[in-house]
Write a protein that binds this ligand. Structure first.
Ligand code: AMP
Ligand code: ZN
Length: 474
């Protein structure tokens, strides 16, 4: 009992008392977060178009919103947060990739969706509650377009259906982009079937060699924006608590999602809070395929453990730009090494435990990851000044904080062994250790010493212990 309450109730009280607040792009300020229904908190994040390998800039959004998912689960309970991140598997970029490689569209999208999931798992991202794919929602997309035509917000022309932006008074409110800018916008095409050049495509016709589905407007396919509006409603409902994505999606993608959903749902807002992450940059430029300055996640994972990439991705506040450099990766690795050195002192368990309050205070405040890292360092400093059982307990607390953020998943010995592509692999070193033990048994000390010295020359340190030798990289 604490303060006259049974412990469980006290905890409930304590958790709800630690207010969450997020910067809402729509309100242009930080707002306290209160879900419409705390027993089902809903979040949607725009996922990738699966036509080739994704780059580390794409991973930033997935990791930022993975952290938010963790915070929400902590506050409302794991069973009470529904997180959907879609897979865009209908898109002209996919059609082009298929033309270029000769591979069927389905094979391309399946392959790269699988790779994307595997990469994010390596970065310790939790799987979302739902991962809807556009191809599973054609009937609903057609129904939404029909609904918009009936409401007078959309019109047909030459097999296309377009959304008439002047029918939605709040168009542009999220991004602050005005109509003149829209017309000038690079992605806007002037076309004879458009009444206003800024009107956007809901449905477009497919040529015979392009994927298409039968519709009241002929054989065709949906526009990208429509896919998200439909998947949000189907998986989560008409109005969701949080909609997230990269800041480049504010316009036109999110404006268009809002226009479609709001007009189809008699004015019900699409999302109650809008969160956008800043860009990952190379020098002063955004990392992007069109600039050709991308580093692919799967390439980086050949050189760095997933946790190092995750650490680097969360090192800046999510709304700030993040400059990606080799130095950032080296620093991230060194910081994690320092934590893992301490983790060697306690027994490994899979269990995380409750994160400490200092960490949650930082994360509750608009996911302040630099503050959260400061809290982690402080927990390590506290532990390092202790001895005996209190020291162990302090390290366990530090581990709980790190695990909550998606770090310290590895066994320390694995962390210090298996993480470089330079030099011998873990398997090769293990084999050499067996050879060395055999040599010692046979009293061939010259051979045993040579194995040790050769490994040392490659930065592999052997440590002899009562249960045989172990090794670590320098
Ligand atoms: P794209 O492949 O450009 O359509 O982007 C897919 C997702 O990654 C979107 O949510 C973008 O906002 C996000 N994204 C792309 N480039 C970056 C970047 N350099 N930094 C952060 N997010 C990015
Ligand atoms: Zn979207």
């Amino acid at each position: 009992m604490r303060g006259g309450l049974p412990l469980a109730e006290w905890r409930e009280f304590e958790r709800t008392d630690m207010a969450l607040q997020f910067y809402d792009t729509m309100a242009r300020e930080k707002r306290e977060f209160t879900p419409a229904d705390p027993s089902r908190v809903t979040m949607y994040v725009c996922g990738p178009t699966v036509y080739n390998y994704t780059h580390i800039g794409n991973a930033r959004s997935a990791i930022v919103f993975d952290l938010l998912f963790r915070v929400l689960r902590h506050h409302y309970g794991e069973a009470h947060v529904a997180y959907a991140r879609n897979i865009t598997d209908i898109d002209d970029k996919i059609i082009n990739a298929s033309r270029e490689t000769g591979e069927p569209i389905e094979a391309i999208t399946k392959k790269f969706a699988k790779i994307y999931r595997a990469e994010l798992a390596t970065l310790n991202a939790l799987p979302p509650t739902f991962e809807p794919a556009a191809t599973g929602h054609l009937a609903e997309m057609i129904a939404l377009v029909e609904n918009l035509i009936a409401a007078g917000a959309a019109y047909e022309g030459e097999g296309h259906v377009l959304f008439a932006i002047e029918k939605f008074a709040d168009y542009g409110k999220l991004s602050g982009v005005d109509q003149d800018e829209m017309i000038a916008g690079a992605r806007v095409e002037v076309a004879p079937y458009k009444k206003n050049p800024a009107d956007f495509v809901l449905w477009k016709p497919s040529k015979d060699d392009e994927p298409g589905w039968p519709s009241p407007w002929g054989r065709g396919r949906p526009g990208w924006h429509l896919e998200c509006s439909v998947m949000i409603e189907k998986q989560l409902g008409k109005t969701i608590d949080i909609h997230g994505g990269g800041q480049d999606l504010r316009f036109p993608h999110h404006e268009n999602e809002i226009a479609q959903s709001t007009c189809a749902h008699q004015g019900a807002p699409l999302a109650r809070y809008w969160l956008h992450n800043g860009f990952l940059r190379m020098g002063s430029d955004k990392m992007s395929k069109s600039l050709g300055n991308v580093l692919l996640t799967h390439e980086l994972l050949k050189q760095w453990p997933g946790e190092v990439l995750r650490w680097a991705l969360l090192s800046a506040h999510y709304r700030q730009p993040l400059e990606w450099t080799e130095k950032l990766l080296e620093q991230s690795k060194r910081q994690l090494d320092r934590f893992y050195r301490m983790l060697e002192e306690i027994e490994f368990t899979e269990d995380g435990g409750d994160p400490p309050e200092s960490l949650m205070l930082a994360l509750n405040d608009d996911l302040n990851t630099p503050e959260a890292y400061a809290a982690l360092h402080e927990l390590r400093d506290i532990a390092s000044q202790m001895d005996g059982e209190p020291r162990k307990n302090a390290i366990v607390k530090m581990r709980a904080a790190g695990r909550f953020m998606g770090f310290f998943y590895e066994k320390p010995e694995t962390w210090f062994q298996g993480q470089t592509t330079d030099g011998p692999t873990a398997d090769e070193i293990d084999a050499l250790l067996v050879a060395r033990a055999d040599a010692r048994k046979a009293k061939n000390f010259a051979k045993a010493d040579k194995i040790r010295d050769d490994l040392a020359a490659q930065g592999i340190i052997l440590e002899d212990g009562p249960d045989g030798a172990t090794w670590r990289r320098e």
